[in-house]
Every structure is written in C-alpha cells, then in structure tokens.
Design a binder for this molecule. Structure first.
Ligand code: TA6
Length: 312
C-alpha cells in the first residue's frame, strides 16, 4: 500500500467564474467540494491509477467530518483508505477560484486547526504502525499550527529507518528541515526552489537542494514541464502541449505518478514521462486530485524526456 501523509488536510472548495476581477462581486458558475490537501489528492490520483493507497494526517470538527464523508464517496476513482487521526480542532477549508477567461486559478488556504502535543504524539504512533505495510510514503503540504517545524525531518527519518522510500513535497522551513533527514525525493515547484535557495535558476537551485540532502529532486516548472536530478541521471520532461484550465493539484499528480512508477519498478525516464503527462491532464479536470484520462492517454506518447547536463 502507498501511504500519503497530509498533516494539514482540507475541504477543497473550487468556484468557477467567467472572469476574476479584483474589487468586484462575482456570480459563481459552479461549486465543487472535494476531500483535499496535497496527500489526499495524491492518493485519489493513485487510486484512479489502480494503486492501493491509504491517507493519514489529521481531521476534526464539522469540516473534518465532511471531508471523511466525501473521501468515502469518491469511489469512482477507486477506494482510498482512511487512517486520519481525529483532532478537536476544525479541519481547514481551502478555496480556489478558477478564472475561465484566463484559464488559471487563485487560491485561498486557511491556516488549519491547532494541533495539541497529545494529538501529535497520537499521529506519530499511527504513522509508525502504518509504515510496516507501506511500499512507499509521501509527506505532503503545509503544517498546521502546533505541529513542530521539524516534523518532516522526524517523519523522513522514521520512514528511512523502516526501509520505506519517502518523497517529501512541502515548502519553506519544513522543507529545509525535511531535506536534512535525506528523503529519497523532493518535488518543489519553481517558487519553492527559489525561496529556499535564493536562486531563480531552476537547475542551479535543484543542484543545491540535492547537495543539501535529497537523493532525487523533481522540480515542477509549470509550462516548462519537469526537471529531474536523480541518482540514475538527470532529465527534462515536457508534454507535447500545455492546456489551460485549473492548475490546482497538477503538482500532486506529479507526486502520484512518481510513486506509482517507483513501486512498479519503472526506470526514471518512464516515471517522468507519466508524471509530466498526468500533471498536464490534471489541468483539464474539475478539481485537484483528478485528471482527464483521455487527455492523459493522448499526451503520454508525445511526452519528451531528454537528458539534462548537470555540473559534476
Ligand atoms: O496542490 C493543491 C492543494 O493540494 C489543494 O488541494 C489545497 O488543499 C492545497 O494544495 C493545500 O496546500 P498547502 O500547501 O496549504 O498544504
């Protein structure tokens, strides 16, 4: 089973408006509500790809209840196991507004519930137990208040001690702390890379992140596809065309494809081709955690993976 961790799970709400304009009132054309937060999205995509997957993290209050109900309902894509740890606080909501004219989205993410030291300890026990049955683990997203900033360092070390490959997808100080524990892979986007390295040149930034401890760095570069520095070589992966739509969750689909490829034993270039095509196909779905299967199958054969020269 592939385990995903979402410490700051969310009830994801997506509004569609014909055009987003600051300082004006909008008529919402469509509302979509989904169980969200990065790891939940990863698991939903994994389930749709036919992989057994389980989510853990925290859920609480009325929106936590709603999230769990929705999670049990999203069986169309395949079942996602629920090992979320109950907390007293209310799970956050995140709101994404899709601007249909521009073909992109603006997001508002609440900070999340306050986690008590006892709740954090309960989570650590649950996580240690779940690692026994995991073939891989992804640690995803921001930390809710109360969770120690070095949390991902602790979780990466536990996965490594249990012999479970671990991928980390977060940003800022939690990423810096997680890197020091030497995860198997990290998946920053261009902004996250720049924020922790101080360079806006993705290749130089990715090289720096690898030197800081990640065995592999897969950077998602929006319209420029993916840049991967791995122990087996370095590559760029680009789908044949970019599509406008809702880019929310495109990075989560990259993580899902990388984990699926890892447990299936695919070579890196094949994992990257799938990740780039799946990420592009996510933009055409109504919400994060979903992708347009027909678009994915159409893009995959034309997705180019080319070797990337890196400094020795
Ligand atoms: O990547 C998209 C997304 O997973 C949304 O579904 C939303 O829940 C958000 O990211 C959470 O990200 P954060 O970094 O705040 O944990």
């Amino acid at each position: 089973m592939i385990l995903t961790v979402t410490l700051n799970a969310a009830l994801d709400i997506t509004y569609r408006v014909p055009r987003l304009e600051p300082r004006s009132s909008h008529r919402v054309r469509e509302v979509v509500e989904r169980p969200g937060g990065k790891g939940l999205n990863v698991s939903r995509v994994l389930a749709a790809l036919g992989h057994e997957t389980l989510v853990t993290g925290f859920a609480g209050g009325p929106s936590g209840e709603r999230l769990r109900t929705l999670l049990a309902e999203v069986t169309e894509e395949g079942p996602v196991g629920d090992a979320l740890v109950p907390v007293a606080g209310n799970t956050r909501r995140t709101v994404g507004v899709v601007d249909e004219a521009a073909g992109d989205a603006t997001r508002f993410n609440e900070p999340g519930p306050q986690i008590t030291p006892a709740e954090w300890d309960r989570f650590l026990e649950t996580y240690d137990g779940l690692l026994h049955d995991a073939t891989a683990v992804a640690l995803c997203g921001s930390l809710p208040p109360g969770v120690p900033v070095g949390a991902y360092g602790t979780l990466v070390r536990a996965a490594r001690a249990a012999g479970v490959p671990v991928l980390l997808d977060t940003s800022g100080e939690p990423l810096v702390r997680g890197l020091a524990a030497r995860p198997d892979a990290v998946k920053p986007n261009a902004g996250e890379l720049a924020a922790i390295t101080g360079t806006t040149e993705p290749l130089r930034a990715a090289e720096q992140v690898r030197r800081r401890g990640a065995h592999a760095v897969v950077a998602s570069l929006g319209a420029d596809g993916l840049l991967a520095l791995t122990p087996d070589g370095s590559w760029r992966a680009e789908p044949p065309r970019r599509l406008a739509g809702n880019p929310t969750g495109a990075g989560d689909s990259v993580v899902a494809a990388l984990l699926a490829g890892l447990v299936e034993g695919l070579p890196w270039p094949d994992r990257l081709a799938r990740a780039a095509a799946l990420s592009a196909a996510t933009v055409r779905a109504p919400a994060a955690g979903e992708f347009d299967r027909a678009v994915y199958e159409e893009l995959l054969p034309g997705t180019k993976v080319t070797a990337q020269l890196v400094a020795a």
